[in-house]
Design a protein around this ligand. Structure first.
Ligand code: MCN
Length: 771
């Protein structure tokens, strides 16, 4: 759809600062007398700690302190020894390779690391569990005494009677799927600077975090301080993608030490630590059954998945539920049964990573739709169009409720229209015709091409409230504060634009301050593609309140009705009479305290949707998969800043395609991680990014004042399925060309060159050797 020019041309106001190296990151913060912290991490995946000898480390030059769980238990408030179920430092037992066991505080990082190497830890090894199905065996060792069967939780969502449908089904398809471990890999690793604050007798913390208030609450609870004694500030942040949420053990230890030593303390995670201690995600096993009629009508889906949670649950609550709630997707069906069993293993704890369980649910559904299409020899688009929920069925009750007992109701959207738009921008019919001709002529010679399609719907804008405060400052400038923090999304630009539209003035007149708990006492955080809906809603509402205040005063001063007044960047004047005005700076000075604060919590999440088409080319001899084109139609309701949404979609797709093609955390059977650097853990390079063609649709949400839905994860959710489908489709072409005996199905990720090589070998492919 055409977009109005002002929205198309919007530029991110944070970019000049960030692109010219003037951003301030936590590692840039250097305070006088600052000490540096390092952690000694477990080299055992599962063991009892027999002894920790740190005498030599304590005597090492520049070392101020070595901290273990034992000391914490003796000297610190009991709240500090554990954050939810995760200990600040391992107590008597370690449960994954990388778990923090001791902390060393020294004059600088080098001295701290040298001393850390002198610490000797003796372990008594315990049996190690790295696979969910092994972990739930009756004879498996319990990783936590409180969960003897290693099951952390079980979530179920269902509607209709699946069993009763079986006899009406012409088609029954069973499949199993395995999705591997991957993680967000933000450019900036985790980091904190904590400093004592003599004024409040508490601490100030600078950190790269998605929820400064969440962290503030965690720290105040752990240290026994009041809210005003803990100030958390998030300066520029180099990406979070879900990983920098919640409270990590290292956060608490760093703040405790700053508080105890009454000196600033800095901890910057290095990349190797990041691999073994910042949260991972994605790893799941699924057993699925699909029921359908022979004309392609979907009857029902049943899925049981096992989610590998790693060693602790603290940050992984949302993921299983998101997977089974997302799975039915944008399709109509009579029955659904989703069950997720979350299982402890001796691996890095799992926490949200862009999509937080949704990409997996979408992957399963979309792959099953492809199976159905193959089974019935229909085009993948045909089965989708037959089953997509239509605009006439909106609002559509999905048949179950979420974790807050809110009914899952798709509020608006034209799902078939979104798919048709993607077919349109990708010239889908022509692509299929060309593919068929190439197959007939056999012209491609061991290079095959495939096309994959996927559709998605995902909840956005949930997670409770968010607040905003806008003030007219002395001098007449608008200052806007929100509790929400940004990690690169462009909140400064977007919130300024939302406020500017409410005031009817250019955004330049508004300064935005984000991520500082000193400004707003309450806040939740940036996750679940919620900020535009929730914080944006609070910005809109508080701005309208301030506008009302301004117009009320101006109306009385200028003796005209408020409806006859116009607000500009520096004044309010009577419509058509610019000289009859009052300057904002005079208003601000004569009426101190002009401003408004509002907290907004939507009644229910709003549902964004999308459709992707991916094209790939596979060189069968080199096992090289190249994504040649990528087409997206994305509908996140009313667009605030289209170029920023485009950036979100591109980045989101990139995370999705890298899950399919590159990234994999590998742990061997003994629990040792094998991928702890970018030599082994592959991430996409600029050359791996396909050209994107993007179309926006706007189905405004009826649930919030701006009509907006979230955009931050919409690129990722359907990308796993679209890329996998394209690869499988290319392999079909190889089969039709007679190059392989049967078609390998993509039920297991990632599709690394090695895995592709094995699949081709198993299917009788004979490489021609070097060309
Ligand atoms: N936007 C818009 N109009 C809409 C919706 C969104 O213009 N209708 C634009 C806005 O510029 C907004 C951005 O899209 O700032 C993202 O909006 P939203 O979907 O509300 O998501 P959040 O701001 O809550 O960000 C969270 C989301 C998530 S969950 C992950 S994970 C993620 C993502 O954002 N992490 C990111 N995108 C990221 N982008 C960067 N650069 N870094 C991360 O860590």
């Amino acid at each position: 759809m055409p977009l109005s020019s002002d929205r198309e041309l919007v530029k991110r106001r944070e970019d000049p600062r960030l692109l010219t190296g003037q951003g301030t990151y936590v590692a840039d913060i250097d305070l006088p007398d600052m000490l540096e912290l390092t952690f000694v991490r477990s080299t055992m995946p599962h063991a009892m700690i027999r002894s920790i000898d740190y005498r030599e480390a304590e005597r090492s030059p520049g070392v101020h302190l070595v901290l273990t769980a034992r000391q914490l238990q003796e000297e610190a408030p009991s709240t500090l020894t554990g954050v939810a179920s995760t200990p600040a430092l391992a107590i008597d037992r370690v449960r994954y390779f990388g778990e923090p066991v001791a902390a060393v505080l020294a004059d600088n990082r080098y001295l701290a690391e040298d001393a850390a190497e002198l610490i000797e830890i003796e372990y008594d090894e315990l049996p190690v569990l790295v696979d969910v199905l092994d972990a739930i065996r009756p004879d498996a060792v319990a990783i936590h005494e409180s969960s003897p069967n290693n099951i952390a939780n079980v979530h179920e969502r269902s509607f209709g009677n699946f069993d009763a449908l079986e006899e009406r089904a012409d088609v029954i398809i069973h499949e199993t799927f395995r999705i591997h471990r991957a993680s967000a890999q933000p450019l900036e690793t985790r980091c904190l600077v904590a400093a004592p604050d003599p004024a409040s007798k508490g601490i100030v913390v600078w950190t790269a975090h998605q929820g400064p208030h969440q962290l503030r609450n965690g720290i105040m609870n752990a240290l026994g301080l009041a809210a005003h004694q803990v100030r958390v500030i998030t300066p520029d942040v180099g990406g979070g993608f879900g990983q920098k949420n919640g409270v990590y053990p290292e956060d608490i230890v760093c703040c405790y030490l700053a508080y105890r030593m009454q000196r600033p303390v800095r901890w910057i995670e290095d990349r190797q630590e990041h691999f073994v201690s910042a949260s991972h995600e994605r790893e799941q096993k699924h057993e699925v059954t699909l029921l359908a009629k022979k004309d392609g009508t979907l009857l029902g889906i049943r899925d049981h998945c096992y989610i590998d949670q790693g060693a602790f649950l603290q940050r992984g609550h949302a993921i299983p539920l998101r997977t089974i709630m997302t799975l039915p997707g944008p399709y109509r069906m009579e029955a659904y049964e989703g069950k997720a069993t979350t299982v402890f293993t001796n691996k890095v704890p799992v926490g949200p990573y862009r999509g937080a369980g949704r990409p997996q649910g979408n992957f399963i559904m979309e792959r099953m739709m492809d199976r159905l299409a193959r089974h019935l020899q229909l085009d993948p688009v045909e089965v989708r169009l037959k089953n997509l929920i239509t605009p006439h069925e909106m609002p559509f009750d999905r048949g179950f409720s979420d974790h807050r007992n809110t009914r899952v109701i798709y509020d608006s959207g034209d799902y078939p229209g979104t798919l048709l738009e993607t077919l349109n921008i990708s010239n889908y019919e022509t692509l299929r015709r060309t593919q068929a001709e190439q197959t007939r002529s056999g012209s491609l010679n061991r290079v095959v091409e495939g096309i994959g399609v996927s559709c998605s719907v995902e909840d956005t804008g949930g997670g409770g409230y968010e607040g905003a405060m806008i003030r007219l400052e002395p001098g007449g400038r608008f200052m806007l504060y929100t509790g929400s923090a940004a990690q690169g999304q462009g909140h400064e630009t977007t919130f300024a634009n939302i406020a500017a539209r409410a005031l009817g003035i250019p955004p330049d007149a508004i300064t935005v301050v984000l991520g500082d708990t000193a400004h707003l006492t309450h806040g939740v955080g940036t996750f679940g593609s919620r900020s535009t809906v929730v914080a944006g809603g609070a910005v809109h509402r508080s701005t309208l309140k301030l506008k009302e205040q301004l117009f009320e005063i101006a109306s009385s001063l200028l003796e005209v009705a408020a409806d006859d007044l116009i607000l500009t960047s520096d004044r309010i004047h009577v419509a058509g009479m610019p000289d009859r005005h009052i300057l904002l700076k005079n208003l601000a000075n004569q009426h101190p305290g002009l401003g408004a604060t509002d907290y907004y919590e939507p009644d229910a999440p709003t549902y964004a949707n999308g459709a992707h088409v991916c094209r790939c080319r596979i060189d069968l001899d080199l096992c090289r998969i190249e994504l040649t084109h990528y087409y997206v139609t994305h509908d996140c309701g009313t667009l605030i800043d289209p170029p920023l949404v485009a950036g979100q979609v591109h980045g989101g797709v990139l995370h999705g395609l890298s899950t399919v093609l590159f990234e994999e955390h590998v742990t061997d059977e003994s629990g040792q991680p094998l991928t702890t650097s970018y030599k082994d853990y592959l991430i996409p390079e600029a050359t791996s990014v396909p050209p994107f063609i993007l179309a926006h649709k706007e189905s405004p949400s009826p649930l919030n004042p701006l009509g907006v839905k979230g955009a931050g994860e919409g690129g990722t959710v359907p990308a796993l399925a679209a890329v996998s489908a394209a690869i499988e489709d290319a392999l079909y072409q190889a089969r039709r060309l007679g190059l392989i005996k049967s078609v390998p199905v993509i039920n297991e990720l990632p599709v690394s060159p090695e895995r592709l090589f094995r699949m081709l070998q198993e299917n009788g492919y004979e490489p021609v050797g070097p060309r």
